[in-house]
Design a protein around this ligand. Structure first.
Ligand code: GUN
Length: 293
């Protein structure tokens, strides 16, 4: 039976470490890291995320700035807000919640954020930094996955890693991070031929496709470490809904060496990494060398 990777506990530990770093920065440097979160519109899932981000930012001792704009906001208005936040010395991190309403070009918005405040790591400069091995801000969800993998496996070098999914938010940055750890990386996706056989080669399998329980135990190499990034709401018993991942947990846990559950696996790591990135950005803004690991 696979070891269950406790992302919830790991994220709590990471938030505690971030909180200690914030306390020390406040005391020694009079620096309180600040995170601005921008939400356009009233998408219910986004509202939940933004509320949790604000709460956990304050709990870590940081400043939280929330900007809630109406769904009718124009791209120009949003770009004006970004320019204000870029210029604000109390704001060290800026996150614009995605998706944005259709009148707004999300690429234009993301690339208007000061790359050194881009705690999502989505700006082209940070994508370039990650793919060339330069220091920069790394997208939160793949960063969280990497932390869990290193905790489970130690050194990742030489491992066969298969990432299922090629999104800019998870799949592509995850592949870049694993390559930087000297894994042999395959990025599989909806057009991949014989996906099942490709997955079965993986020592490390990261599923980030958004298809409920698509990866079954038969797709998994015995002993592999499985990271499930999926968060899918499906119909459950008695008219209720329940959350499932992209991996069929009950068959996968019989084969894998270790596996993240849904919920309680990768999910809690994302905000913890966002807080960590905000502290990193705050330190960089003042040329402070601070070990966050
Ligand atoms: N929407 C879903 N995931 C994310 C994320 O990681 N960052 C932002 N900004 N929006 C999201």
């Amino acid at each position: 039976m696979a070891e269950k990777i406790d992302g919830k506990a790991f994220a709590q530990d990471l938030r505690d470490r971030v909180g200690k770093a914030v306390a020390q920065l406040t005391k020694d440097y009079d620096l309180v890291p600040g995170l601005a979160v921008v939400l356009v519109g009233e998408d219910p899932a986004s509202q939940v995320y933004v509320r949790n981000k604000g709460k956990q930012t304050l709990e870590a001792g940081m400043h939280s700035f929330e900007h809630k704009l109406p769904v009718t906001t124009s791209e120009t208005e949003l770009l004006e807000l970004i320019a204000t936040l870029n210029a604000d010395p109390d704001v060290h991190g800026i996150l614009v919640q995605l998706p944005l309403p259709k009148q707004i070009d999300s690429h234009a918005v993301i690339n208007a954020i000061d790359p050194n405040k881009d705690v999502d790591g989505f700006h082209l400069i940070n994508v370039g930094r990650l793919s060339t091995g330069a220091a920069g801000l790394v997208p939160c969800t793949p960063l969280g996955c990497l932390m869990l993998l290193k905790d489970a496996l130690g050194d990742l070098s030489g491992k066969n890693a298969v990432v299922v999914g090629r999104s800019n938010i998870v799949g592509k940055p995850m592949a870049a991070l694993l390559l930087a750890e000297s894994c042999t990386v395959t990025v599989a996706h909806s057009r991949t031929q014989n996906l099942e056989a490709v997955c079965r080669e993986a020592d490390i399998l990261v599923a980030a496709v958004g298809r409920p329980e698509m990866v079954s135990g038969e797709w998994i190499k015995p002993g592999a470490v499985v990271i499930d990034v999926g968060i899918n709401r499906v119909d459950g018993e008695a008219g209720k809904t329940r959350l499932v991942g992209d991996v069929d947990y009950s068959s996968a846990e019989k084969v894998a060496g270790a596996i993240t559950p849904v919920p309680g696996g990768v999910g809690p790591m994302t905000i913890a990494c966002l807080l960590r990135n905000t502290v990193q950005a705050a330190c960089a803004s003042r040329d402070i060398n601070f070990d966050l690991d």
